[in-house]
Design a protein around this ligand. Sequence first.
Ligand SMILES: NC(=O)c1ccc[n+]([C@@H]2O[C@H](COP(=O)([O-])OP(=O)(O)OC[C@H]3O[C@@H](n4cnc5c(N)ncnc54)[C@H](OP(=O)(O)O)[C@@H]3O)[C@@H](O)[C@H]2O)c1
Length: 251
Amino acid sequence: MSKLFSGKVALITGGSRGLGAATAAALADRGADIAITYVASEQKAQAVVEGLRAKGVRAIAIKNDQGDPTAAESLIREVTDTLGRLDILVNNAAVAWQGKTIDAPDIDNAAMDRQWAINTLGVIANIRAAVKVLPDGGRIISVGSGLGSRIGFPGTTDYAASKAAVLGYSKGAARDLGARNITVNVVQAGIMDTDMAAASKDNLPPIVLASHAIQRFATVEEVAAAIVYLAGPDAGFITGSVLNVDGGFTA
Ligand SMILES: NC(=O)c1ccc[n+]([C@@H]2O[C@H](COP(=O)([O-])OP(=O)(O)OC[C@H]3O[C@@H](n4cnc5c(N)ncnc54)[C@H](OP(=O)(O)O)[C@@H]3O)[C@@H](O)[C@H]2O)c1
């Protein structure tokens, strides 16, 4: 039976767990062949791949450190060499090292710089490499955060700025790629119940949930659904846009 994404290939960075794994599953359910990346969780990545193959699609996992922008070209080449093409790039991999104000005496500025490399420079490198192979009508979707548009509480400066930069780059890329009908959008998530948030779940400042109009964690499926929509044919005239799936954090 033909499905929405039959014949399409999607690359989801950071697909070994969390939102990336959920997005990979949602696209595979609709027929897309899938490449995921990971940096450390090889076993989790392989388990995700096995689950995707069980859905009847082709799937591969590629170890790729997004904090090394020089690795983007070889990543895209491995996807096209193995799966034959690339139609949809989902920039999902990121880290959130936050919690301290920029004047905290023990702030780890080297870690903040690495966060920029992973969340911003690596995403830009992926986009630059992908545009060389994406066909007309291709899709680029980057996962942002409500913090990329609104700073609701202190201690998030570098993370928030790393996401805001991707937003600006995506708007420019939408302009540059419009003639090829390639759309470039950002899905800004609110707080999700993943490993990223779990690290701070037990001592989450009350203001974090209170900042969301809907005061709960999002499921990864709720956010993945927005990515799937932007990847699909019904979203062909949406580009340079931000889709907030943030429980009203930016309201
Ligand atoms: N969770 C939230 O509350 C929240 C809120 C707003 C926005 N977001 C955004 O949503 C996206 C997904 O977050 P999540 O909560 O699913 O995160 P997560 O559970 O921590 O998973 C992060 C994923 O990124 C990969 N990754 C981390 N560093 C990498 C690197 N240097 N190179 C390549 N891959 C790397 C991880 O691979 P390994 O498994 O190999 O480490 C993993 O697959 C991110 O863009 C995040 O900023 C999250």
